[in-house]
Design a protein around this ligand. Structure first.
Ligand SMILES: [Zn+2]
Length: 318
């Protein structure tokens, strides 16, 4: 069995969206209930990312705009994206929480891990908050591995149902970070066409796999096997990062895909296989979307079990 670091913490309840907003504190509430204090898992404490770590992917102006919201009742960035008094602090802890999971793997306290944080990150661009996101947690993690741990090539696979426009924008011209996204198309935010493959020196290290509404486990697994796995193995990453949103689940209210827990498990297994083949199994996931609380909880639990390797034999009901 593998040592899977799972980070989930009450501090992530403190970013507050208006009543009725899908990206709500209860998302972390159900995960705390399901996972906090679970036995046999390395405990990881969140700490805030430093400004230097955030500035590695965001402009100083962007960071200053978010910082200026601290203590203010509400600041509106767009219709979906608003701050509460403790959003800035919580967003620093979200990025820092992912770094804490990476540290646990790098220090050999864990084999792999998952950071269950909010606010999410993959829509946040270098100079723009949008789509519920303020700081791009997975991007901060990728740069941390490169700048502070000497990793050369980082793979980010983003299976959130929405395209991670922010992560794509940050690494579009960078051949050292391979950004791969599967997403419903058309859907928010509208980017992520198959023709978007990177720019300049980064040409070829962005891979978009838009899928039509109604796609489920079979379509995702087919895309993995035919397109994504071979490309990721060719890239030969030093670390595998997952932008793990669970809003492609059939129960999710924000999209029209038909994924189940089994599909997320299969994608996890395939990415762990790539990590085993290329980089000693080093693999870490960070939560993005996922707005049906039951689907979110059950999918996260299934992925954690897969990361740990405590699968039941085929045919055995859990
Ligand atoms: Zn999403």
């Amino acid at each position: 069995m593998k040592r899977t670091a799972v980070l989930v913490d009450r501090t992530y309840l403190e970013h507050e969206n208006p009543p009725g907003h899908p990206e709500r504190a209860d998302r972390i509430g159900v995960l705390l209930q399901a996972l906090d204090g679970a036995p046999n898992m390395p405990r990881v404490e969140p700490h805030p990312a430093t400004l230097d770590q955030i500035h590695a992917v965001h402009t100083k102006e962007h960071v200053a705009r978010i910082a200026a919201t601290e203590g203010r009742e509400r600041t509106i960035f767009d219709a979906d994206t608003q701050t509460s008094p403790r959003t800035y602090e919580t967003a620093l802890l979200a990025a820092g929480g992912f770094l804490a999971v990476l540290d646990a793997i790098l220090d050999d306290r864990a084999d792999n891990g998952i950071a269950l944080v909010r606010p999410p990150g993959h829509h946040a661009e270098s100079n723009r908050a949008m789509g519920f996101c303020f700081f791009n947690n997975v991007a901060v993690g990728a740069r941390y591995l490169q700048d502070q741990h000497g990793m050369e090539r980082v793979l980010i696979v983003d299976w959130d149902v929405h395209h991670g426009n922010g992560t794509q924008e940050i690494f579009y011209g960078d051949p050292s970070v391979f950004y791969v996204s599967l997403h419903e198309h058309p859907n928010y935010p509208g980017t992520g066409a198959a023709e978007e493959t990177g720019g300049g020196r980064g040409l070829g290290t962005t891979l978009n796999v838009p899928l039509p509404a109604g796609s489920g486990d079979a379509e995702y697994v087919e895309a993995f096997e035919q397109i994504i796995e071979p490309a990721c193995r060719r890239f030969a990453p030093d670390f595998v990062l997952i932008s793990a949103g669970f809003d492609a689940h059939v129960r999710d209210p924000l999209a029209s895909m038909e994924m189940t827990e089994a599909g997320f498990v299969t994608m996890s297994r395939k990415l762990m296989g790539i990590a085993e083949a290329c980089c000693g199994g080093r693999c870490a996931a960070v939560l993005e979307g996922g707005y049906d609380l039951t689907a979110l909880r059950d999918s996260v639990l299934a992925v954690v079990r897969e990361l740990r390797g405590d699968r039941l034999p085929e045919g055995v009901e859990s």
